[in-house]
Design a protein around this ligand. Structure first.
Ligand code: ATR
Length: 274
């Protein structure tokens, strides 16, 4: 029942059609009988969108591509996590003030830790953008040894400096991945319609843990390679699920019904089935 007391949450981004956040959050509201609704907004003008959402007292905002950096300029407060990462995927309404934070890093850690410990593990982090920064933030907390592999050297170098990581490599150094324990793709390579992998098939070993944060398709080329080599795989949708669980708690103040949210993803259709 939507009425005058219904609290509004939403996701803003562009494109936004691929977002599965409404599905996951609304399933949880329904199960717990919370008077909340989660909507999707295709947004190009971030400043105006946030002003409008504030005017209607929206309870929480999930932020996706390409606005994770820009929102930092238009909120009332950026918490330390979002400031350290340099990007926000979450805005929480705290007594009328919009506070930006980041739950991507928790989502990624939880997804990884379902399959492996991280302490002292050698991690190849592919990419050096916003998503890579969230991963780096979490991996450092867990005392993993992080090596950044990126197309452009400058951003890789900067990432290594900012988070005191081990070393930056170019993509032509990819053979070094054989010495790593964990491989994490944070680039958009592999995302529909680009069916490619930055890591060649021959470099993947059975004792690797391979995590692709790309979730469409569920089975990216990198994940396909990893499965063929009998490596341990971590699917991108797991990160999405765990970060949504964290957001849910921040938006509603209530513990998230994890199983319900997980099931809502399975019901979604072929790309996430398996
Ligand atoms: P996000 O916030 O999702 O991380 P981003 O900040 O635009 O997005 O970062 C994208 C990352 O994917 C970058 O590390 C980018 O490499 P560059 O720093 O060289 O731009 C990487 N990336 C994107 N497309 C790529 C491609 N076709 N080949 C290799 N790396 C790619």
């Amino acid at each position: 029942m939507i009425d005058a007391k219904t609290r509004i949450c939403c996701v803003i981004g562009n494109p936004i059609e691929q977002s599965i956040s409404p599905l996951v959050h609304n399933a949880a509201y329904k199960t717990l009988d919370l008077n909340y609704v989660f909507l999707t907004f295709k947004v190009t003008r971030v400043k105006e969108a946030l002003a409008g959402l504030k005017a209607i007292n929206a309870a929480g905002i999930s932020v996706t591509i390409p606005h994770k950096l820009e929102v930092l300029k238009y909120v009332d407060e950026v918490d330390k996590i979002a400031a350290d990462i340099g990007a926000a995927n979450t805005i929480v309404n705290k007594n009328g003030r919009f506070v930006a934070t980041n739950t991507d890093w928790i989502g990624a850690l939880k997804a990884l830790e379902e399959e492996t410990s991280l302490l002292h593990k050698r991690v190849a982090l592919l990419g050096a953008g916003g998503a890579a920064r969230a991963l780096a933030y979490g991996l450092v907390k867990k005392k993993a040894k992080v090596y950044v592999f990126n197309r452009s050297y400058e951003t890789a170098y900067q990432l290594v400096q900012d988070f005191k990581l081990e070393k930056e490599y170019s993509l032509s150094d990819m053979y070094k991945i054989k010495d790593m324990d964990i491989i994490i793709n944070t680039t958009s390579v592999g995302m529909t319609p680009n069916n490619d992998s930055l890591v060649p098939f021959n470099y993947i070993k059975s004792d690797h843990v391979v995590f692709d944060i790309v979730f469409k398709p569920k089975e990216t080329k990198l994940i396909q390679y990893a499965k063929a080599k009998k490596a341990t795989v971590v699917y991108g949708y797991k990160m999405l699920l765990h970060q949504a669980v964290e957001q849910f708690k921040l938006f509603t103040g209530v513990d998230a019904p994890f199983k319900v949210m997980q099931r809502s993803l399975r019901l979604q259709g072929p790309p996430l089935r398996g």
